[in-house]
Design a binder for this molecule. Structure first.
Ligand SMILES: [Zn+2]
Length: 137
């Protein structure tokens, strides 16, 4: 398996590393949406959000907050996004789980252009029922 993130962890590829401990590493995205775009990843290779064990996920989100605070203080963006893409349909391109922290600015060209839908008739209840049936299963 040739994973560009594992190569960074193993120091076979260079990266601007911002944080590292036994389980987590964070570095600048080499192709940023905005400058300062940061990735936070587990050192163990997990394909996506669902594959990451809960204890590592807790450490990941705490580290993502730590890095978000640092980005807000150091770069003073107008806002920032924390996102994770899971699956090709959702835009995942590296199949080693990662959180993105993307600083945003009022005047930049990075905006979510959402085409919001309306539920028809009882379909909102039907979607909720489907999801609820799995929540506690
Ligand atoms: Zn990997």
């Amino acid at each position: 398996m040739n994973c560009i993130f594992c190569n960074i962890i193993n120091r076979n590829s260079n990266a601007e590393i911002l944080f590292e401990d036994d389980d987590i590493i964070s570095f600048l995205d080499i192709r940023p949406v905005n400058f300062g775009h940061t990735l936070v990843i587990p050192k163990t290779h997990y394909e996506n959000f669902l594959a990451v064990p809960d204890d590592i996920l807790a450490k990941l989100i705490k580290t993502t907050k730590l890095l978000s605070v640092a980005i807000v203080k150091s770069l003073t963006p107008d806002g920032f996004n924390v996102i994770t893409n899971n699956g090709t349909a959702a835009g995942q391109s590296v199949f080693h789980f990662h959180f993105h922290i993307i600083p945003s600015y009022d005047e930049d060209d990075f905006k979510f252009k959402l085409n919001l839908k309306n539920y028809l008739d009882s379909s909102m209840r039907e979607y909720a029922d489907k999801i609820r049936s799995e929540v506690n299963s």
